[in-house]
Design a protein around this ligand. Structure first.
Ligand code: SF4
Length: 477
């Protein structure tokens, strides 16, 4: 498709209606006045053919549809439908009042074909930051770091439940097959899902084999489809005890005894609420390891940074050393167990639950303190549920077969971070630390106003795209 190069309003005898009916302080009117959306052409020009094909729908207009969808938290179909009769939408889209709207499927194609594999998140955040800088609203030299979670569009099931669901579907399809009742009963009578994962797996494998070897059944397209799905699920749960349609989402922890299944968005924000950098990851990732990329992206986007404010998750030794080396004040309270834990071992301290998380994402169920002995430092020991370890695909080198308990211990280095501890007691630290809760208001806006509490699609790329458009809208409005 060829790329069109015009966004001007087509002539219409009804255009005066916009002046009469849409006030200057309407937020879509203001957004249109504030942002020059032609950057969309420059970024997307390589994704269109410049010489051949039909003229494509104006990419700026399609991008604006996506913005409207996020700003008003609407589905693809609903945003197109509302654009048909809402004059402020039509004005924002540079349509004449009597112009027709596009087909909702164009939005899906635009996301899949034009925006895919593009670093939209960095691009849109940097656009809004440069706009904020040019308007003089980029306040101070301090950035606040934190992460917020977004639930996956799909739930997480145990492998046994997922297999049982697929098995039931296949059984009910077989029951409707045009075969003698006795033959169908004969095939199904030997299959019983059982109570454990292994028994369910065996039942599924046995039914798949029986159907495959039965000429009549395997020639039926619907039966074949269900068998293929069951085989695919068997393959998916080979190395895992859980299953979800969204294969990239992961379990993370947000509070004591409270977990979520989905993604995390790590952000850096100025004290007046402009997001200067953002990163989208799967849900299990620890917040602290993203301090460096967030600071560097903020600087690349034109922010001068001399203070980084964050919760205890950001006070690891690597972050303290990074801040010292870059002449940045780190306003983050120390946690005695943070030091030396992440990295090589894969065990990560979760600040929300005040508990250790293992590489498989399971939370320790208890901890104890071991007093220092002789030359040995004090240690904190964390206990993990061995029932999970026995079924864990990562048990090699972590859990010894037959062991009755699985523990992980951390040395408490009381003399490390002396400078940081002194800084913690100063008035400057306390004054900056008081700015940190402002980031929670921004997260509330992302979730409650722009629907960022749940992913609209599957996978990390789609989540990142959703994050990009949401943050763009949140920074602009
Ligand atoms: S073996 Fe146990 S502690 Fe180790 S990663 Fe697996 S579940 Fe976690």
């Amino acid at each position: 498709m060829m790329l069109p190069r015009q966004t001007s309003l087509s002539f219409s005898v009804y255009s005066d209606l916009y002046d009469k009916l849409i006030p200057r302080d309407n937020k879509l009117h203001q957004l249109n006045d504030l942002v020059d959306f032609t950057f969309v052409y420059d970024e997307l020009s390589s994704r269109y053919c410049q010489t051949n094909g039909r003229v494509a729908i104006d990419p700026v207009r399609v991008f604006k549809y996506l913005l409207l969808k996020v700003i008003f938290d609407l589905s693809d179909v609903d945003v197109v439908d509302r654009s048909r009769y809402d004059l402020s939408f039509k004005y924002f889209l540079d349509l004449a009042p009597e112009d027709d709207v596009l087909d909702a499927s164009t939005l899906t194609r635009f996301r899949r074909q034009r925006l895919k594999d593009m670093n939209l998140l960095d691009l849109l955040v940097s656009k809004t930051v440069s706009l904020a800088r040019s308007r003089g609203v980029l306040e101070g030299k301090a950035i606040i770091l934190d992460a917020t979670h977004t639930l996956s569009r799909y739930n997480l099931y145990s492998a046994r439940v997922a297999l049982q669901g697929r098995l039931r579907h296949l059984q009910s399809t077989i029951r409707q097959a045009p075969l003698p009742a006795g033959e169908i009963n004969d095939i199904l009578s030997t299959v019983s899902p059982g109570e454990t994962l292994e028994q369910t797996r065996a039942a599924c494998t046995s039914l798949v084999q029986r159907v495959r070897s039965h000429g009549g059944l395997s020639s039926l397209p619907l039966v074949n489809e269900r068998v293929n799905l069951l085989e695919e699920t068997l393959e998916d749960v080979k190395d895992s005890v859980s299953f979800s349609v969204d294969k990239e989402a992961r379990v993370g922890h947000k509070a004591v005894n409270k977990s979520f299944f989905g993604y995390k968005t790590h952000v850096a924000m100025t004290s007046n609420g402009i997001i200067t950098a953002a990163l989208v990851t799967t849900g299990e990732k620890a917040d602290g390891q993203y301090l460096e990329p967030l600071v560097e992206r903020s600087v690349e986007n034109g922010m001068e940074v001399d203070t980084v404010i964050g919760d205890m998750a950001y006070s690891g030794r690597d972050n303290i050393m990074y801040a010292t080396g870059h002449d940045v004040q780190l306003v983050s309270r120390l946690n005695p167990v943070l030091d030396g834990v992440r990295g090589e071992t894969g065990f990560v301290y979760n600040k929300d639950e005040a508990m250790m998380v293992c590489p498989a994402g399971h939370l320790a169920y208890k901890e104890c303190y071991l007093k220092p002995e002789g030359n040995k430092n004090a240690r904190r020991v964390y206990f993990f549920d061995v029932k999970r370890c026995k079924e864990c695909p990562l048990c090699e080198g972590c859990y010894k077969e037959g062991a009755r308990k699985k523990t992980f211990s951390v040395m408490i280095k009381s003399d490390e971070h002396v400078e940081q501890r002194k800084f913690q007691e100063t008035g400057v630290f306390r004054a900056n630390a008081r700015l940190r809760p402002r980031v929670e208001a921004k997260f509330a806006q992302l979730k409650n106003v722009f629907g960022y509490d749940r992913a609209v699609s599957c996978g990390l790329d789609c989540m990142s795209m959703q994050g990009a458009i949401t943050i763009f809208a949140a920074n602009m409005l």
